[in-house]
Design a protein around this ligand. Structure first.
Ligand code: SF4
Length: 383
């Protein structure tokens, strides 16, 4: 198995781009900005773009936060509030495995038991005290039914992450932005205490100490300044330079959703997103840079030209529950588009090859599961 050092993942560009230059390039761009970014991508990754075939499991949509842009979150009395039981999860995972998926994305609201007694009661009926305890069992079930879990459950403690590391090949938490200003009254995170950047950075640091391959990212267009965007990329880069654990950086565009406090908030243009991705590539060098294709349906070419090397998770079975209005592209269409740009679309596992090291990054008990999925990937028909 490939055991490239993840620490190699910062690379060219990182040392030469100043903060002010990065901001200028996002604001104004310049001739050949995208080409420079694409060249760094091509030299390191070749003409391959990856995605993770996944099943999206919204284990619970109850959440203690209230981000101003979110339609996923529910309170216990809201219509559509739902917590998945083991039977429902098992059925969904088995279907996904049959359809050729590799990843079970466990994506859910942040620690609902902290604020909702009815959810605490339900967890008790399931036989668990905390969501994290339940997720350990859910993750075991995913492995039993043939998928590799990747959990994004919001803020987790060190012991919770250590427990999940035994069954999860990677964990995730969007940093979104490092600016505490966004948590002030009127900001997108005014009612979302878990979005305080210091708490998110502390969890990411803890994940680094625990040697957990970790997914994070930047949310573009929630009212941050361009300077704050660059600060966020620098914070991610700094943590990766210290621990080598940031397996991918998602550059995700904000989309205004009806019925939210930010429904009329102006979105940044696709061109500004492309410039932000290109600058991220220049800053992060050879780290994995990802953008979800369903949030920029008319901009797939632009995302490729801006230097991404990965599309993130795409599901043949489940919708994107965070963005249900945004369907994933059909894989054949995406593969054809990649081909017209000179790239091969290739499935990957929810942990990147450079982390397939069972001494350092992944619990040895997961080796047989990963070997089986690696074998299936190597026999997959090219798209
Ligand atoms: S974005 Fe996440 S943390 Fe914020 S309200 Fe929605 S589910 Fe909760």
């Amino acid at each position: 198995m490939n055991t490239l050092s993840p620490k190699a993942g910062t690379g060219p560009g990182a040392a030469t781009l100043s903060h002010s230059e990065a901001c200028r390039l996002i604001r104004e761009g310049e001739e050949r900005l995208l080409e420079r970014a694409a060249q760094i991508r091509d030299e390191h990754f070749g003409k391959v773009l990856t995605y993770s075939p996944k099943v999206f499991l919204p284990v619970t949509n109850l959440c203690r936060d209230r981000c101003s842009y979110c339609t996923f979150r529910k309170g216990p009395k809201d219509s559509g509030a739902h917590t998945m039981g083991l039977e429902e999860i098992g059925r969904c995972v088995a279907s996904g495995a049959e359809m050729g998926c590799h990843e079970a994305l466990l994506c859910l609201g942040d620690r609902p038991e902290a604020v909702f007694p009815s959810y605490r009661k339900l967890l008790g009926e399931f036989g668990f005290n905390t969501t994290a305890d339940y997720l350990v069992r859910v993750s075991e079930l995913c492995l039993e039914k043939g998928l590799l879990p990747h959990t994004n459950a919001g803020l987790l403690t060190g012991p919770e992450m250590a427990a999940l590391r035994k069954t999860n090949v990677s964990l995730g938490l969007m940093l979104e932005n490092v600016s505490p200003r966004l948590c002030e009254v009127g900001g997108p995170h005014q009612s979302a205490p878990t979005k305080q950047p210091a708490k998110r950075l502390a969890m990411m640091e803890e994940a680094g100490k625990l040697r957990i391959p970790f997914t994070t990212g930047l949310l573009v267009g929630i009212g941050e300044t361009v300077e704050e965007r660059v600060d966020t990329l620098l914070a991610i880069q700094k943590l990766h330079q210290k621990y080598g654990h940031i397996q991918e950086v998602i550059i995700q565009i904000f989309r205004a959703k009806d019925g939210t406090r930010m429904e009329d908030f102006p979105e940044v243009s696709d061109e500004e997103l492309f410039r932000t991705i290109a600058v991220a590539r220049l800053m992060l060098g050879t780290m994995n840079v990802q953008a979800p294709p369903n949030l920029t349906p008319e901009g797939h070419r632009g995302l490729i030209h801006a230097g991404i090397n990965d599309w993130g998770g795409i599901s043949p079975l489940t919708q994107d529950f965070i963005n249900p209005e945004a369907p994933w592209p059909h894989l054949d269409d995406l593969a054809n588009l990649c081909a017209t740009e000179g790239f091969r679309l290739q499935p990957r596992l929810p942990v990147y090859p450079e982390y397939l090291d069972f001494q350092t990054w992944i619990d040895p008990d997961l080796e047989s599961h990963l070997n089986r999925h690696q074998g299936e990937l190597s026999h997959a028909q090219p798209l």
